[in-house]
Design a protein around this ligand. Structure first.
Ligand code: GSH
Length: 218
């Protein structure tokens, strides 16, 4: 049976996992959990199953393939990286993947927390933090285009989603970042990714949930 990925009907944290599987041409099934409308945003579709799936740390997204039962986005990405050959080979490549993975996990957490309220304070924080973080990526990627140069690795799938979310939020934030723009263009030109993002299975929105101040509307 194909592995099952569970998540809400939004791009959020699941997209890098889906992109990895698309690039690997690996089959999977999506279990999309229904999120209720405002004001309650009922999560019972998920909560009714949450503790019955055999996940050691029940959460969304999850990845279940027989005995392999994973949650935690980065753990899933690392696993798929090993399984499908999107990982570092030498110590220095592995270390670059570690750095990229953690920097992006941190930025994702920051952005989703700011987009949750998207009030004046959150907007101020985004304006302060994001340009400085993107400048670090720009330097880190260098001539890239990917984290490991020409070789695709699992943090690239994570980076793509976060950079694209930022581009959707405010394209001017990446306008002066040549390496990030080059990364986005090269990633989107990968044939399997190109096919996916041009298909009716892909939608740029929603990025976040309906309870978010930004990114929740389709
Ligand atoms: N550390 C976890 C956080 C996962 C998380 O916050 N999941 C959100 C959606 S992005 C959720 O709705 N989880 C369901 C739950 O908490 O039961 C990860 O990186 O995957």
């Amino acid at each position: 049976m194909a592995p099952v990925i569970g998540y809400w009907n939004l791009r959020g944290a699941v997209e890098p996992i889906i992109l990895t599987l698309k690039q690997a041409k690996a089959s999977y099934k999506l279990r999309v959990y229904k999120l209720g409308d405002a004001p309650d945003f009922d999560k019972s579709d998920w909560l009714n199953e949450k503790h019955n799936l055999g996940l050691p740390y029940p959460n969304l997204p999850y990845y279940i393939d027989d005995d392999v039962k994973l949650s935690q986005t980065v753990a899933i990405l690392r696993y798929l990286g090993r399984k499908h050959g999107f990982n570092g080979a030498s110590d220095s490549e592995i270390t670059r993947c570690d750095l990229a993975e953690q920097a992006t996990a941190e930025l994702k957490l920051f952005l989703f927390s700011a987009w949750r309220t998207h009030d004046d304070e959150a907007k101020k924080q985004i304006a302060e933090v994001v340009p400085a973080k993107l400048a670090q990526y720009e330097k880190f990627l260098g001539s890239g285009p990917f984290v490991l140069g020409e070789k695709l690795s699992y943090p690239d799938f994570f980076n793509y989603s976060i950079f694209d979310y930022i581009r959707l939020y405010d394209a001017s934030l990446i306008e002066n970042h040549t390496a990030i723009k080059n990364f986005l263009a090269k990633f989107e030109a990968l044939p399997n990714i190109d096919t996916y993002i041009k298909s009716d299975k892909f939608s740029r929105m929603p990025v976040t949930g309906p309870m978010y101040g930004w990114g929740g509307s389709a």
